[in-house]
Ligand binder design. Structure first.
Ligand code: PMV
Length: 328
């Protein structure tokens, strides 16, 4: 390298899957066993700065102001892929912060790794197309491949042995169907079983895992079709079904994975009651106790107020759909 320091900063937003990724086809390359479809949010983001510095002996990671040795191996492995492409050996100082709770089922790994690869590629002056950034982000966290893009996004599980065709791509811009999201926070603090070990346990021990994988193609088709037609009722039906199927597979693992608390279930009932009374809203839940209610824009104040009234709800965040990862 001609210079001893190269730095760049990037912002990437969280995304929530409506048709979920749960299970891996290849653990080493982090290739998902199933495709997935998500929405990228505007209001929840990771800001990440990457600075390659030849004087560093090892990579360093600061997350929300704290040194995180426990997360460093995954971050370094991702940076190694970028260093290899750029022919650079320098270690990096990574400083990342989330404007929302980390590791609590709000997709902080998705926004975090999408911001990491975008900033690292920028710092190394690699002009990579978004699809390649998506492949690289996937190596850090499967869902991160989707946060490279904005709006409605589809992730392909791919077939290639090297994972080169396991990337996300945009389906529809957020402005073309401006759904909104209200997120009920029912617990703070990091979850007990992360998605990586949760999905591995489900694949190894859940009798429902094979049915989960076998029926994903139908749900992907239904969601793709609903998004293309802007058919809210159809998207609600497939999203809730897919969410419950993922959790059913997890619940039947040994030992069982129960990501919900009482307030999670109460929020699900509240969303179903609202929809029963004509409000266009549906829910999804990831590997944590928070409930994400997706609705048409005009319904968002009502959905937010109803979730705030559910006993055990600590806070409600709201967001529009947002753009893909960007250098800043
Ligand atoms: O990308 P990971 O390893 O954080 O796994 C994401 C798993 C879910 O959030 C539960 C589903 C999804 O598709 O985002």
């Amino acid at each position: 390298m001609a210079t001893s320091k190269r730095a760049a900063s990037a912002r990437a937003r969280a995304n929530f899957a409506l048709v979920k990724y749960w299970g891996k086809a290849d653990t080493r390359l982090n290739v998902p066993a199933v495709g997935s479809i998500s929405i990228t949010l505007d209001a929840l983001w990771s800001d990440t700065q990457v600075e390659f510095d030849e004087r560093l002996a090892t990579d360093e990671l600061s997350l929300d102001g704290q040194r995180r040795a426990d997360q460093l191996a995954k971050v370094s492995a991702c940076l190694d892929l970028l260093r290899e492409r750029a022919g650079v050996r320098a270690r990096a100082r990574v400083t990342s912060s989330n404007n929302f709770p980390t590791g609590a089922g709000l997709a902080s790994s998705a926004s975090g790794f999408a911001a990491l690869v975008t900033a690292a590629a920028g710092a190394l002056d690699l002009k990579l197309p978004p699809r390649e950034l998506s492949v690289l982000a996937r190596r850090g966290s499967g869902s991160a491949a989707r946060s490279v893009f904005g709006g409605f996004v589809e992730m392909h599980s791919g077939r290639a042995a090297d994972g080169a065709d396991s990337f996300a791509e945009p389906l529809l811009g957020g402005a073309d169907w401006p759904l909104e999201v209200a997120i009920a926070i029912t617990a703070k603090g990091e979850k007990e079983v992360g998605s990586r070990s949760g999905m591995e346990r489900s694949a190894e021990s859940s009798p429902y895992y094979s049915a989960w994988v076998a029926t994903q193609g139908n749900d992907l088709r239904a969601a793709r079709d609903a998004i293309a037609k802007r058919d809210f009722a159809a998207l609600a039906e497939v999203s809730e079904r897919n969410c419950f199927k993922m959790h059913a597979a997890a619940l039947a693992a040994t030992p069982p994975l129960l990501y919900w608390n009482g307030a999670t279930v109460e929020c699900v009932h509240a969303v179903r009651r609202l929809r029963g009374s004509g409000v266009p809203v549906f829910f999804t839940i990831d590997a944590g106790p928070q409930v994400k209610a997706i609705c048409l824009a005009e319904a968002r104040p009502r959905v937010e107020a109803a979730l705030r009234d559910v006993p055990g709800v600590l806070d409600v965040l709201s967001s529009r759909l947002g753009p893909g990862a960007e250098l800043r």
